[in-house]
Design a protein around this ligand. Structure first.
Ligand code: HEM
Length: 525
């Protein structure tokens, strides 16, 4: 009897291990090889030369990091190696997940013309491998679903409030928070700039989304659950930052890549722990909006429409918080960095700011106004240039083919995941003259640099700039983010001095986009 049970158990374990092996070979070897083979038949599709099982093209990211280059540097290099009009798409393996990158302008045009008919935002709820990181932070929000009537309405209501007119009302709030962060950095004399700026953008967004009086209604601290089961208390914004990092780490976890269902089910750690922290954050925010008296908060403006449930509003605002904090913060750090690396551009910018009274030691609340900001063209072009050179995202949020289709003659079967490429095209030397040089004047059609670029056949068009994506699902936070960057630039450049390390300044392959391994420390005075 005991012998029979023993052998049955052994047989069951062997059967289970066999199934696991078959799944592993199918997912890690067969599918990726089939994907590469299918697309390498097309001349206009780039397939990376090396295939490393499990890692796929993550190999190139790791290789860049090992060589002290920002992890997405290879995307810029590869793009520059494409011959003109040669490559339309790229077949990438992110771990074991196959996806098609939209590279050429022609391909992007074709893809956009198919949204939402044949191609649309990926349905993340039904695509477990995509339910990762910040997309998981706001499960159920409109970004995770294709363009149904409801999705479009939810997006529209937010886009309206995020427009420039509404955003400009927030300049005093931006300045107030920037000053709090600056005073703190000055006291310490040194700052991990990415963290500080993420805290800043986060505080601003929590205020405008959930109520400018949020600090009055939040607890002193919230308990964050750590790996070893211990807890630590954080204020609301630091709690959010920790959770974002936790969720991003989770996205790179090998088991998330190989067994997406583990990630979806949240029954074991790290997913269970992050999920618990996420619920704590949601509950804190719900509590704040109940008590807030701020009638102008996004929460209240959307609630007044009476079209969405409180849960829908909450996850959509969580989406804005996740999408709008680190992106803007990272690119603002890139701007500060480039202005140090290319000091003549900083000088020009300071001169322009001085013309509207924005000078060191000025009464910034009086002079950093919408009118003055709008008068500064060079400032606007400097922001455009840092967004071009070091875009916070190296590709967009995922799209999916909902029907069998074709892009530039390449067959795209139903179910294929697509992404618009950003870092490559933004730095392509076929469109941009000297793409490694920080040159705000390239965005000024009247400038000598623009004329020289044109003479040399470097003609940028709308699709050369990919930072905010293109098409009906492009970033709705563009005006808000660029305004924030201009206000921060006017404020920090005139209210502080900063030094960047020589080593960072001399590294031509550094970058600060989301997930960058570089975390520069600035000396602040
Ligand atoms: C420099 C800052 C930012 C950059 C570079 C950026 C970039 C992007 C990109 C590339 C996408 C994907 C577009 C696509 O898939 O086609 C996106 C989507 C999105 N962004 Fe931003 N973003 C920034 C700031 C913001 C801010 C401040 C907010 C809001 C407060 C925001 C809200 C969103 C939302 C809601 C989506 C999803 C749109 C949809 O699916 O319909 N972003 N962003």
């Amino acid at each position: 009897m005991i012998g029979t049970i023993f052998w049955q158990t052994v047989r069951l374990i062997a059967y289970f291990l066999g199934c696991l092996l078959i799944y592993f070979l199918y997912k890690v070897v067969y599918m990726p090889i089939k994907f590469r083979y299918t697309y390498s038949k097309y001349k206009n599709v780039f397939v990376s030369p090396k295939f490393i099982p499990v890692l796929g093209d993550i190999y190139y990211y790791l290789d860049d990091m090992q060589n002290n280059k920002v992890f997405y540097d290879h995307m810029k290099r590869q793009q520059r190696s494409f011959k003109p009009n040669e490559i339309d798409l790229r077949a990438d393996l992110i771990g074991t997940d196959p996806m098609i990158g939209v590279v050429s302008h022609k391909a992007l045009k074709e893809v956009i013309s198919q949204i939402p008919g044949k191609i649309d935002r990926a349905d993340i709820d039904n695509t477990p491998c995509l339910r990762r990181a910040l997309l998981k932070m706001c499960e159920g929000c409109f970004v995770n679903s294709p363009s149904t009537k409801k999705t479009i309405e939810r997006r529209k209501s937010l886009t309206k409030i995020l427009g420039l007119n509404h955003s400009s009302k927030n300049i005093p709030l931006m300045l107030k928070n920037a000053d709090i962060i600056l005073q703190d950095m000055k006291k310490k004399g040194e700052a991990k700039m990415l963290d500080q700026m993420a805290l800043l953008t986060n505080r601003i967004l929590v205020s405008v989304l959930f109520g400018r009086d949020y600090e009055e209604h939040m607890s002193e601290s919230y308990e964050y659950l750590y790996k070893d089961g211990t807890t630590k208390k954080f204020d609301l914004c630091s709690f959010f930052s920790n959770l974002s990092v936790g969720m991003s780490d989770e996205a790179g976890n090998l088991f998330t890549i190989l067994f997406p269902l583990l990630n979806v089910s949240n029954i074991i750690n790290p997913w269970k722990r992050n999920h618990t922290n996420k619920l704590a954050l949601y509950s804190a925010l719900k509590d704040i909006v109940k008590k807030s008296q701020d009638e102008d908060s996004f929460w209240n403006q959307i609630r007044k429409l009476n079209e969405f449930t409180e849960d829908e509003i909450l996850v959509d605002l969580m989406l804005l918080l996740s999408a709008g904090s680190e992106t803007t913060a990272d690119n603002f750090v890139a701007l500060l960095y480039y202005l140090k690396k290319f000091p003549e551009t900083k000088e020009k910018l300071m001169k322009e700011l001085a013309q509207v009274g924005i000078v060191p030691g000025c009464d910034f609340n009086k002079v950093i106004t919408m009118e003055n900001i709008q008068a500064c063209d060079y400032l606007s072009n400097a922001v455009k240039e840092s967004l071009r050179m070091d875009s916070p995202l190296n590709f967009t949020i995922f799209y999916q083919a909902y029907k069998d289709t074709e892009v530039c003659g390449v067959s795209i079967p139903k179910g294929t995941i697509l992404k618009q490429e950003i870092a490559g095209p933004n730095n392509d030397d076929k469109d941009w003259l000297d793409p490694n040089t920080f040159e705000p004047e390239r965005h000024n059609t009247e400038s000598e640099f623009f004329k020289t670029s044109k003479e040399q056949g470097k003609i940028q068009n709308v699709f050369s700039r990919r930072t905010f994506g293109h098409g009906p699902r492009m970033c709705p936070g563009m005006s808000f983010a660029t305004l924030e960057m201009k206000v921060f630039a006017a404020f920090f450049l005139t209210q502080m001095d900063y030094e960047v390390s020589k080593e960072d300044l001399e590294n031509d392959h550094i970058g600060f986009g989301i997930g960058s391994q570089f975390s520069p420390k600035f000396k602040i005075s």
